[in-house]
Design a protein. Structure first.
Lengths: 227, 119
């Protein structure tokens, strides 16, 4: 197999593996909470059988907790399903708002682990681009990963987008420490390969603490930052 | 027995603490490494039950910090995934006394805690 293709496949598989491992951890946590909540309800019923009074409000707290975890699991499963279907087609119309929301959903646990807040502020429009959904998700994840590492614990990484006539610009903001990063560190060869596949480009503005990812509205067109 | 539960999932530690309290085990909880370190400085604990992954610090690093300050404290790790080999290797590396897989069976947890405290 050609070396570049091999590297691209490896990068994609690593992304897929990282996301699904994280999802499985989240599902385990949801199961653990539901398991303890069910156990607590059983404890309450045993206490009631022994004649100990149980405040109905305590039962409501536990049932609300279970309901909240079911909603959480539903969100996790929806994100997992969207990630799985992102490899169905390698050239299709993609809603940028939905893609970014999915990327933020998949990245949430990584942000929590780093004590970083992800703040997605979508504008009111719904731009679509014709691109490879899986590779776009992979690239957004890699930029977010870098942005979270660079910004550090306790910081907020912002995410928004602007649609131009030929391109959509995804803006990653709040990366204050970007000024300290030599520009050669990012994008690495992995991001560069993804940029090439998507016909996209990355522009760093150290002064503003921003990274801008510019995507063509159609993957067959190359774009510049001003398109 | 006084136990400190540390996991970033507040609903999990809160519920588990209540279940342990019902069984006569005094349990407290924390959701970050910093909060856990603060609690062990403020209160005396016999045992800490740590998630392997905690925001800002790994459970393994938190264990090292706690152990350095309070050598008598016993530890059990909770993790979402892992095989018996992972646990054995992990225990050797961290010095943790036991590993438990999530979701935790409370009777198994109490059994491990009791064994640990009577060692």
């Amino acid at each position: 197999m050609n070396r570049q293709l091999d590297a691209e496949i490896k990068t994609g598989l690593q992304f897929f593996g990282k996301m699904t491992a994280s999802i499985s951890h989240e599902i385990k946590n949801v199961m653990a909470i539901i398991n303890e909540s069910a156990g607590l309800l059983e404890d309450y019923s045993l206490m009631a059988e022994k004649g100990m009074p149980i405040d109905p409000e305590r039962l409501k707290v536990v049932s609300d907790r279970i309901a909240a975890q079911i909603r959480r699991a539903d969100g996790i499963a929806t994100n997992m399903n969207s990630l799985a279907h992102s490899v169905d087609e390698f050239r299709k119309s993609v809603d940028i708002r939905e893609t970014l929301a999915l990327a933020v959903g998949l990245t949430g646990r990584f942000a929590d682990m780093r004590s970083v807040i992800l703040d997605f502020q979508p504008p009111s429009d719904f731009p679509a681009v014709i691109t490879s959904p899986f590779h776009l998700l992979n690239l957004i994840w890699r930029v977010l990963d870098f942005a979270m590492d660079t910004s550090g614990a306790g910081k907020t990484v912002g995410l928004t987008f602007e649609a131009g006539p030929k391109s959509v610009k995804i803006r990653f903001t709040g990366i204050e420490a970007l000024t300290n990063e030599p520009s050669t560190v990012f994008p690495t060869a992995k991001e560069t390969a993804l940029l090439g596949m998507l016909g996209a480009s990355i522009h760093q503005d150290a002064e503003k603490g921003e990274i801008n990812l510019v995507l063509p509205k159609d993957v067959r067109q190359q774009v510049t930052a001003e398109s | 027995m006084r136990v400190l539960l540390v996991d970033d999932e507040q609903e999990l530690v809160e519920t588990l603490a209540e279940r342990l309290n019902i069984r006569g085990i005094e349990a407290r909880w924390a959701t970050t490494g910093d909060a856990a370190l603060e609690r062990v400085d403020q209160e005396n604990f016999d045992l800490a039950i740590l998630d392997v992954k905690i925001p800002g610090i790994s459970g393994i690093d938190l264990h090292k910090k706690m152990k350095a300050k309070y050598p008598g404290l016993k530890f059990i790790f909770m993790t979402g995934h892992g095989s018996h080999d992972d646990f054995t290797a992990g225990s050797a590396e961290t010095g943790a006394d036991y590993y438990l897989l999530k979701p935790v069976n409370i009777e198994e947890l109490i059994d491990k805690m009791t064994k640990l405290m009577t060692k």
